[in-house]
Ligand binder design. Structure first.
Ligand SMILES: Cc1ncc(COP(=O)(O)O)c(C=O)c1O
Length: 389
């Protein structure tokens, strides 16, 4: 593993130059590749040669993107997907057998929950959940058929922090595959492999792209697991497109400067919200009042770009607040240059019964802000006028 800094890896990891000696990597918009002769073709299909055969298997642009993420996360190998969810699904489909069992944190992305609760049970794969603040219950959930411990940190949308080292130690003790969705932190802020993760998953759609343009996903980690994920994906087809890989690889070149600014503005927004009379609680990992502030400081370089707060007045106040927003966007994405505001209880989580919703800390007045790259004063001014509307 090279000792270069993460910023340099993100910029200087590059596929071989073509005969034109271009400075920036070109886009290889091709679905297949040609062979010299029958022997070359035979050896390539027999895996005796490392080369591009077909873009469902590999492509120079996806290889560059994956190699960058591997170097940034400190991983051996990876594979890139069309979306974050295809990365999550393919990982479980490739590694688990029917009757296997997953232990997962309850506070995970909604579609991942749907995968665990409604889709994997078709193959008799069940999931037991632990609450983010009850890590001592994890060992009691482990069964003889448990294969995986799965979590996200920071969590979505409540921005709680899980102790990754503790999870890694439990996984190691019980010989389980430890998988972390590192989408909220990015490899710039947190590298779960250092805490024992075997696999790290990203929705590249979020901060990796950072400009709300393309969908993408990636899984990196130990070679033996990635080989299984690669063979599954090569045959089932969830591959990232070369164009999206080219966009994402260019985006990684600016990840560090973008995320620095996102985090700086997010801390300013969180500090402002904490002082506002219409706000009950503010959750931001690098605010001293965050319940896991010390842990966040140990695990993360900065606090990330997502701030959660509880507006006084519950569901109705949340709706009124959304309607009063003028500059910021009401959208389902996060990690964009544009600041995005959501009110889960009246929108994404409206169909979920209140008691179930509360188990993942989605209170009626919870507002999630994905702080963008506009001037922080303009972000704060819009939030202020909407809170006082
Ligand atoms: C934490 C997390 N994981 C996975 C995903 C899924 O990614 P995608 O939308 O790229 O499929 C998301 C999307 O919001 C997410 O927030």
């Amino acid at each position: 593993m090279s000792s270069k800094h993460i910023e340099t890896q993100a910029i200087r990891t590059q596929i071989e130059r073509s005969q034109y000696l271009e400075h920036s990597s070109p886009l290889y918009l091709t679905s297949s590749y040609v062979f010299e002769d029958a022997e070359d073709m035979r050896a390539s299909f027999a895996d005796e040669k490392q080369r591009n055969i077909y873009s469902r298997y590999s492509n120079p642009n996806t290889s560059e993107f994956v190699e960058k993420v591997c170097r940034m996360e400190g991983a051996e190998r990876g594979y890139a997907f069309a979306s974050g969810m295809s990365a999550v699904f393919s990982t479980f489909a490739a590694l688990l057998n029917s009757e296997d069992h997953i232990v997962s944190c309850r506070s995970i992305f909604g579609s991942t929950q749907t995968l665990f609760n409604n889709i994997l049970p078709k193959w008799n794969i069940a999931t037991s959940y632990f609450k983010m603040d009850e890590l001592d219950t994890i060992e009691s959930l482990i069964q003889p058929n448990t294969r995986v411990i799965y979590a996200e940190s920071p969590t979505n949308p409540a921005v709680d922090i899980l102790d990754l080292q503790r999870l890694g130690d439990i996984a190691k003790k019980h010989e389980l595959i430890f998988i972390i969705d590192n989408c909220f932190a990015t490899p710039y802020l947190q590298q779960p492999i250092k805490f024992g993760a075997d696999l790290v998953i990203h929705s590249a759609t979020k901060l990796m792209d950072g400009q709300g343009r393309v969908l993408g996903g990636v899984v990196v980690g130990s070679s033996n697991f990635i080989q299984k994920i690669y063979l599954f994906s090569r045959n089932t087809g969830p591959a990232l497109s070369p164009f999206n890989a080219w966009v994402l690889s260019k985006s990684l070149e600016t990840l560090a400067v973008r995320v620095d600014r996102h985090c700086d503005s997010a801390l300013k927004v969180a500090t402002f919200l904490e002082s506002h009379k219409n706000v009950n609680v503010v959750k931001y990992p690098f605010l001293k009042s965050h319940p896991q502030y010390e842990l966040a400081k140990q695990q993360m370089k900065l606090g990330g770009n997502v701030v959660a707060f509880e507006i006084k007045g519950g569901i109705e106040a949340g709706r009124t607040f959304l309607n009063a927003i003028k500059l910021l966007s009401l959208s389902a994405n996060l990690g964009d240059t544009r600041t995005i505001v959501t009110h889960p209880a009246s929108t994404t989580h409206a169909k979920i019964p209140e008691d179930v919703r509360l188990e993942t800390d989605i209170t009626s007045g919870l507002i999630r802000i994905s702080v963008g790259l506009e001037h922080p004063e303009d972000i704060i001014n819009d939030l202020k006028q909407a809170l006082e509307n």
